[in-house]
Design a protein around this ligand. Sequence first.
Ligand code: FEO
Length: 178
Amino acid sequence: MINERLRNAMNEQIKNELESFYIYMSMAAYFHARNLDGMAHWMRCQAHEEMTHGMKFFDHIHDRGGKVVLLNLNQLKTDWASILEVWQDTYAHEQFITGKINDLITIAREEKDYTSEPMLAWFSKEQMEEEATAGKVLEQIKMIGDNQTGIIMLDRELGARAFPPGSPIDPVSYSAAT
Ligand code: FEO
């Protein structure tokens, strides 16, 4: 049985992950509207990952006899002043989520909920990768500045990110399934 304090915090984390899904989809819409479909694609892939992160917590709580409670989502942000601001927010958001994962690890240790440690360790590693990736794109955007050719090249590069197979956010996949 999952520890009650940890269960409550994990239910909060489902909300955080689904809010992450939501903000990355808002960023995808921002990029699509500016014909930066590669960056939009990257955000859609990211949103997919956030949804699966939420589901990992959903299943973990359920598998351990806890009650899953889906909390209200906040609308974090829907518009940005620049491409740079989007990537600044992406990096800052991943740092925020890393802090939340660290809080969960602290609670698990304080409550001696050792069963949750492997999945929380997975999230810790995942956050390290996500911060590194978002931070690298942010630095490249800073280097590019207002150079339109550089933006187009980076857009193409980010458009090469692979969608997880069968993703419901992948237009190719959902068109084939319906
Ligand atoms: Fe699921 Fe990017 O945090």
